[in-house]
Design a protein around this ligand. Structure first.
Ligand code: NAP
Length: 343
């Protein structure tokens, strides 16, 4: 069976997903698209040679008989309404992060899905599909380094524009919030934000870098440096310190050079390059599980946990205090096979 997919939002990542589903992956076909900029939606259909209908808005696309499943890649503040409408229509939906821009919005989605009685929602946290993170998780799960005690992480990007206020948390750190919880299978209980000396290369008003300290239920301490104007490259680091050893996130493979009296390897500069394979695997696994009527990836509950942790971290940045993270107990509804997240 070919999964007939409708895409809401044909901007940067929407176009990437349309291209990969059409030309790299199997089992899915883009049959519908929509964007507030309808000219852009038409241009994408033409450029990608799609046999897809352009709908006037996301709600019409969700309701369309010929659409089996929905991908939401529109602007973040629209995600909640399109995910809720997909659940109401009983259609599986893959939503790019954030699931909703508030924890309250994510909670509404969780409640609607439980009320519907069957999981339909997957959130686009693609790091869980990265080969390196999967290898790191395998090392931790197979007890190669004993019980994890501490994690030291870094999320660095060369430079950003129009990135202000809390975006280091809402746009960058959200990926660590999801992937680290998945990596160590533990929940967060508090967060604190440290603001070191500010780089003069950041746009005015942006505190960069920041360090976020999380504590988990088991007492694991996680420090993450978010530095989005580091100049030298796009560099994601993660080190798990266990009772008997240390496991590091592998570096992306690159040819080691001996040249001009130097030993060197390249560092990537673009997040798309860094995670291109992860996006392919993520969407392929989403198509495969959706066809079976299952959700294997990050769930609406995971999206909710990230939103609660994000809100607490923003408060911690504003107040300089250690802020408790209070999560309700995970409902049994989300404790099935999908809670294992297909590793
Ligand atoms: P983008 O280039 O701005 O694309 C968003 C598109 O959605 C734009 O074409 C926008 O049109 C359109 N849109 C806005 N409101 C809409 C509505 N009500 N109905 C239909 N279309 C609407 O942004 P992007 O970089 O692709 O990001 C899209 C989402 O994906 C964001 O939530 C972002 O956080 C997420 N994302 C995730 C990752 C990841 O690593 N997982 C990476 C990149 C992006 P206008 O431009 O005309 O407003």
């Amino acid at each position: 069976m070919v999964l007939r997919i409708g895409v809401i939002g044909t901007g940067a990542i929407g176009q990437d997903h349309i291209h990969r589903i059409t030309y790299s992956l199997t089992g899915g076909e883009i049959v519908a698209v929509t964007d507030v900029n309808s000219e852009q939606a038409h241009a994408v259909v033409e450029r990608e040679s799609l046999r897809a209908k352009v709908y006037d808005n996301g709600h019409e696309l969700i309701q369309a008989d010929g659409v089996d499943a929905v991908i939401v890649t529109s602007w973040g503040p629209t995600h909640e309404e399109f995910v809720l409408a997909s659940i109401a229509a009983g259609k599986p939906v893959f939503c790019e992060k954030p699931l909703a821009t508030t924890a309250e919005g994510c909670k509404k989605i969780v409640e609607a899905e439980i009320e519907h009685g069957k999981q339909l929602v997957q959130v686009g946290f693609m790091r869980r599909y990265d080969k390196g993170y999967r290898a790191l998780k395998q090392a931790v799960d197979q007890d190669k380094i004993g019980e994890p005690l501490m994690l030291h992480c870094a999320h660095r990007a060369p430079a950003v524009t129009n990135f202000n206020g809390d975006m280091a948390i809402t746009d960058s750190f959200v990926h660590e919030i999801d992937v680290l919880r998945w990596l160590i299978q533990d929940d967060y209980v508090s967060t604190q934000v440290i603001q070191p000396r500010r780089t003069h290369l950041a746009e005015e008003g942006l505190q960069d870098p920041i360090i976020i300290l999380l504590e988990t239920k088991k007492g694991i301490r996680i420090d993450t440096e978010i530095f989005v104007n580091c100049q030298y490259g796009y560099d994601i680091q993660c080190q798990v310190v266990g009772e008997t050893g240390i496991a590091n996130l592998p570096e992306p493979s690159s040819v080691q050079m001996r040249s001009e009296a130097k030993l060197s390897t390249d560092i990537l500069v673009d997040w798309k390059q860094r995670f291109v394979e992860a996006y392919d695997i993520e969407l392929q696994e989403w198509i495969n599980s959706t066809v079976k009527g299952e959700v294997h990836g990050p769930s609406a509950w995971d999206g909710y946990v990230v939103a609660v942790t994000t809100d607490a971290s923003i408060e911690a940045k504003q107040t300089g205090q250690i802020v408790p993270i209070e999560m309700p107990e995970q409902p049994d509804f989300y404790k099935g096979a999908s809670a294992k997240h297909t590793v």
